[in-house]
Design a protein around this ligand. Structure first.
Ligand code: GDP
Ligand code: IMO
Ligand code: MG
Length: 428
């Protein structure tokens, strides 16, 4: 058996949570491999909406086990809140033995969040637009070899290790200005640490590989999107982890040869939240309409998402980096009623027309070269079979498939679990 991977091909919020939930009945294990509570993965079913930040999106499937992998950074306060919310809605993954956590995952401390805020406040125009969940500072401590791991909470000197790290943070914070009082937060943090002790811990590398050995199926769930990858995204306007397929190897302990299908998910248009370049961004009424109709507001921070047309050079780049074998297109329903749909086919860059993602689109703008396609008017939200897909949407998908050279296997036409079409028999 191999580990399939599902990840975002744009700047995040492509609908990963919804599609992992839809696919979870096919898998024995769903494993988050990177990121932290900067993620907001939304699932809808039975007229209920859930937003998951740390917990894998297989949690609502009775038969599926869920793993928070070693590549994830964990805020115990947020994790406890997520689990409390699930419990109050009748889902108790701990009681059901449906959730395990990697002891090598790193802990987000209250002072990591203070550092995130302090760093952003000094950036002025260069602000990343971080979710301020402490993600960057926690990964910095991980790679700086100062971090605290989930497994450390059982060490007799955990408190001393914590204090040592917090003292380092206080030293850095004092250079930014006055250190805000975090005593209340610290108290809540230690309560959440007590709670964390009740979640079974595993070595994700052994846990996942044993699943494979036993012939069980595993889906790795990505967070953020390829264009936010710390190596390949629009640096420095990125997150602090590898959001690409390679991140699933290091974030779970899986060898590259054990990666199977790579499911790349993208919206029928594009969005970005936070700072950084976004070549196809629309600053006009069309962009406003996409935001309104698509409810494009951050699941974690509530911030309005920037909206624009689909970007083919960026998608091709993401497909190459991840080795995508099949595609999922979401939010096609949002485009219903747009008379014309634009697609970015190339960039005008440094006086040239190029069809690839160049090194630097932060200081040298990549201006989109657009191709206009016909839109469709039909409401898609109630369609249940592929023969109900409007011809103009089929043409849009056929065009994208021919450009991207990967088949679109699923089409999502609304936020609900049921609003999903499998396209195996679609002749486009
Ligand atoms: P994720 O971070 O990739 O899991 O995506 P988010 O949950 O942050 O954002 C996707 C948003 O779009 C959520 O509000 C979903 O409920 C919603 N959504 C997902 N698929 C569709 C779709 O096909 N159509 C519409 N209208 N909404 C969708
Ligand atoms: P999901 O998993 C969209 C963005 C932030 C900011 C940048 C760095 O829901 O797709 P960070 O908090 O990581 O320091 O922020 O990355 N960002 C996301 N944008 N979806 C996400 O996650 C994101 N996680 C981080 O807005 O621009
Ligand atoms: Mg999201």
């Amino acid at each position: 058996m191999a580990v399939d991977v599902l990840l975002g091909l744009q700047w995040g919020d492509e609908g990963k949570g919804k599609i992992v939930d839809v696919l979870s009945p096919e898998y024995d294990l769903i494993a988050r491999f990177q990121g932290g509570p900067n993620a907001g993965h939304t699932l809808e079913f039975d007229n209920q909406k859930y937003v998951l930040n740390t917990i894998p999106s297989g949690i609502f499937n009775k038969k599926t086990m869920n793993l928070i992998g070693n590549g994830v950074v964990i805020d115990p306060i947020i994790l406890k809140r997520e689990l409390d919310t699930l419990k109050s809605n009748g889902f108790d993954p701990i009681a059901l033995k449906k959730l395990v956590i990697a002891r090598k995952a790193h802990l987000i401390l209250p002072t990591h969040q203070l550092l995130d805020a302090a760093s952003e406040s000094k950036m002025g125009d260069g602000k990343i637009g971080s979710t301020l969940k402490g993600i960057g500072p926690t990964y910095m401590d991980k790679t700086g070899r100062n971090g605290l791991r989930v497994g450390d909470i059982f060490l007799p000197d955990f408190k001393e290790k914590y204090t040592r790290l917090v003292n380092k943070h206080k030293f850095i914070l004092s250079h930014y200005g006055e250190i805000p009082d975090f005593s209340e937060k610290e108290k809540t943090f230690f309560e959440a640490i007590e709670f964390l002790r009740t979640i079974p811990q595993v070595d994700s590398e052994h846990f996942v590989n044993n699943y494979l050995k036993e012939g069980k199926s595993v889906l790795a769930e990505g967070a953020q999107g390829t264009l936010l990858d710390v190596d390949f995204g629009s640096y420095p306007f990125v997150t602090s982890s590898n959001t690409t397929t390679a991140g699933a190897c290091t974030g779970l302990g899986v060898a590259p040869k054990n990666i199977g299908n790579v499911i790349g998910i993208f919206k029928a248009y594009a969005t970005r939240v936070g700072g950084g370049p976004f070549p196809t961004e629309l600053h006009d009424e069309t962009g406003e309409n996409l935001r309104k109709i698509g409810h494009e507001f951050g699941a974690t921070t509530g911030r309005p998402r920037r909206c624009g047309w689909i970007d083919i050079p960026a998608l091709k780049y993401a497909i190459m980096l991840n080795g995508v074998t099949e595609l999922v297109m979401t939010k096609a329903d949002v485009l219903s009623g747009f008379k014309k749909i634009n697609v970015c086919t190339h960039y005008q860059y440094n006086g040239e027309i190029i069809d690839y993602m160049p090194y630097d689109i932060c200081s040298v703008p990549a201006k989109p070269v657009l191709k206009e396609l016909d839109g469709w008017n039909e409401d898609l939200t109630k369609i249940t079979s592929t023969d109900q897909i409007p011809a103009k949407l089929k043409a849009y998908m056929a065009y994208l498939e021919s450009e991207l050279d990967v088949p679109i296997k699923y089409l999502s036409v609304g936020p609900d679990r049921k609003q999903t079409l499998q396209l195996d028999n679609l002749s486009i």
